[in-house]
Design a protein around this ligand. Structure first.
Ligand SMILES: [Zn+2]
Length: 477
C-alpha cells in the first residue's frame, strides 16, 4: 500500500499489512480472541510509552518497574497496572509537543497536528505502522459499501491535519478513484470543485458536513445545479439525525456518519453499511468517565466522556487520553451482523449553549430547524447571535426569507430558548465562521455571543450591518 524503496521497510510494511488484515478479518467474523489481543497490545503500548519523555512523570514508579523488568505480566496484571495510570488531558498533550514521541521526528512519514481549538495543537504525525493499521481498519469497514467504480470527492480543508491524507489512503486501498481539491476558506469559491464533481461524475462526498453545506449554498447562490451524490461520508463534526436528513434532502444521497476519531487518536469507530459506527477494539482500549467514575467500554449500554488508549500507535502512544467527547454505547445488535459495539456521538462536552437554566445542544436546535420537510424555503445553514436577552438566528435559505416566513421559523425555535426573544433573519451568506465546525466545534462556530465586545469583530460585512440593524430595530420597538 506504500511505495517504499528500502527492501526491509517494504517487507516489514507488507508483513504488518498481512497480519493486521487477518486480525481484522477474524474480528469481523467474531473469531478473534479480543481479550488476549487487547492485553498483549496494551502491554506493548505501555512499554513503548517508557520511551517517551512525556510519560516520565505520568507512569507511576511501581508500574514502570514491572514494565522495564523484562517479565511479561499476565492479562489480569497488565490491566491492573493500567488502572494505576493517570488520565492524559488534551491541553497536557498539546503542551508536551514532541516529548510525546517514542521516536525521532525523522522516523515518521508525515508531520501533522490537531486543530488545537481547545488549547495548543497536538503533534499528530503519521508513522508507517499506525498509518497501515488505521487504513485497514477503516478500509475493511468502508469496503462493505464502496465500490471500485465509485468516484470520491475528498473535501477537507485542513492541511495541517492528517484526515484528508488518511482518507485518500483508504480510497487507494479500496482502489476507488478520488480527488482532493482545496477551497479557500475566505473566498469560499467552489466553482472549480462543482465543475469537477460534474465532469468526473463524483458520486461519493467525503468530508465535514458544514463544508458540504457551504458548497450546496454556493451552487444555489451562483444559480448552478446543486451537486448530487449517491453517498455522503461525513466526519469531523457532530452530525445528528436532523442534520443528516437535511444533507440527504439537499444532495439526494444516503448519508453515513463515516468515522469517529481525531488527528491525535486515529479512528476508534467506523461506519458499516447500515450506518452504525462500530468500535475498533483490535486497535483501541476505550473507557468512559463521568461523575460516577471510570469504567471500561464492554459493549453494554452506557454513556459518558470517551477516554482512549491507542493500541497500535507505538510511535506516539496515547494512554487514557480524555477526548472531551460525550458518547453513548448502544447495545442493540446491528443488522450488518458485526458484533462490535456501536458508538453514538453526542457532541463535545463544552458544546452546550447555556441561557438562563436552559442547556441547548446542537441536536435540539437542528431538530427544530430541519426535522420536517421545509415549507416556504429550505434553511441551508444557520448561525446564532446572542445579545442581551435576544437570540438572533441568521439563516441562508432558498426561500424569499419574508417576515412571515421568518416569524414562522422563529416560532418553531422559540420553545428552546425560555424567556429569550428569538428573531430569524435571512442573509445572503453566513460568516466563514459558520463553516468551521470541523475546527471549532458547534458552539464556537455557530454561536456568537455579542455580550462579549471582542466578538463583534468576528462578524464581517454585510452580516455585521444586518445584525446591528436587526438588534437596533428590535431595541426601538
Ligand atoms: Zn453494523
Amino acid at each position: 500500500m506504500l511505495l517504499l524503496r528500502d527492501d526491509r521497510a517494504r517487507a516489514e510494511c507488507a508483513s504488518l499489512q498481512q497480519q493486521h488484515t487477518e486480525l481484522v478479518g477474524a474480528v469481523h467474523r467474531g473469531e478473534a480472541d479480543l481479550a488476549r489481543v487487547q492485553s498483549d497490545k496494551l502491554f506493548a503500548t505501555m512499554r513503548a510509552a517508557l520511551g517517551s519523555r512525556m510519560y516520565d512523570s505520568m507512569i507511576p514508579p511501581e508500574v514502570r518497574e514491572v514494565l522495564a523488568s523484562g517479565r511479561v505480566p499476565g492479562g489480569t496484571e497488565i490491566h491492573a497496572l493500567f488502572d494505576k495510570l493517570p488520565f492524559l488531558g488534551k491541553q497536557e498533550l498539546g503542551e508536551r509537543g514532541r516529548s510525546a514521541f517514542t521516536r525521532s521526528v525523522s522516523e515518521f512519514l508525515h508531520y501533522y497536528e490537531s486543530s488545537g481549538t481547545t488549547g495548543s495543537p497536538s503533534a499528530a504525525p503519521k508513522a508507517i505502522d499506525d498509518l497501515v493499521v488505521n487504513t485497514i481498519n477503516i478500509g475493511e469497514m468502508w469496503g462493505r459499501f464502496l465500490r471500485p467504480e465509485d468516484v470520491g470527492l475528498i473535501l477537507i480543508n485542513a492541511p495541517f491535519a492528517p484526515a484528508a491524507y488518511q482518507f485518500e489512503k483508504i480510497l487507494e486501498y479500496l482502489q476507488v478513484m478520488s480527488f482532493r481539491p482545496w477551497v479557500d476558506n475566505i473566498t469560499g469559491d467552489y466553482t472549480r470543485v462543482l465543475r469537477l464533481v460534474e465532469e468526473l461524475e463524483a458520486n461519493v462526498f467525503i468530508g465535514p458536513p458544514s463544508r458540504l453545506l457551504e458548497m450546496v449554498q454556493f451552487a444555489y447562490r451562483k444559480g448552478l445545479p446543486a451537486p448530487r451524490f449517491d453517498r455522503l461520508l461525513l466526519m469531523a463534526e457532530q452530525t445528528g439525525e436532523s442534520f443528516v436528513r437535511h444533507l440527504e434532502r439537499l444532495t439526494g444521497a444516503t448519508a453515513y456518519v463515516a468515522s469517529y476519531g481525531s488527528s491525535e487518536t486515529g479512528t476508534p469507530a467506523v461506519t458499516c453499511g447500515h450506518r452504525k459506527l462500530h468500535l475498533q477494539p483490535q486497535s483501541f482500549l476505550l473507557e468512559l468517565v463521568d461523575d460516577a467514575g471510570v469504567r471500561r467500554v464492554t459493549g453494554a449500554a452506557d454513556r459518558g466522556e470517551l477516554v482512549i488508549t491507542t493500541l497500535d500507535m507505538p510511535a506516539r502512544p496515547l494512554l487514557r487520553y480524555r477526548t472531551g467527547d460525550l458518547v453513548e454505547i448502544d447495545d442493540t445488535p446491528c443488522p450488518c451482523g458485526l458484533s462490535l459495539p456501536v458508538l453514538n456521538t453526542l457532541g463535545r462536552s463544552q458544546d452546550l449553549l447555556v441561557l438562563e437554566e436552559n442547556g441547548i445542544r446542537q441536536g435540539d436546535l437542528e431538530a427544530a430547524l430541519w426535522a420536517d420537510e421545509p415549507v416556504g424555503g429550505t434553511v441551508f445553514n444557520y448561525m446564532m447571535v446572542v445579545k442581551n436577552h435576544r437570540v438572533l438566528v441568521l439563516v441562508t435559505t432558498d426561500g424569499d426569507g419574508s417576515d412571515e416566513w421568518s416569524a414562522g421559523l422563529a416560532g418553531k425555535l422559540r420553545p428552546l430558548f425560555g424567556s429569550y426573544e428569538v428573531l430569524v433573519r435571512a442573509v445572503p451568506t453566513l460568516p466563514p465562521l459558520a463553516s468551521l465546525g470541523q475546527y471549532l466545534g458547534w458552539k464556537l462556530s455557530r454561536v456568537l455571543d455579542l455580550n462579549e465586545e471582542r466578538n463583534w469583530g468576528r462578524l464581517p460585512e454585510p452580516i455585521l450591518a444586518i445584525v446591528q440593524a436587526t438588534l437596533l430595530e428590535v431595541a426601538e420597538r
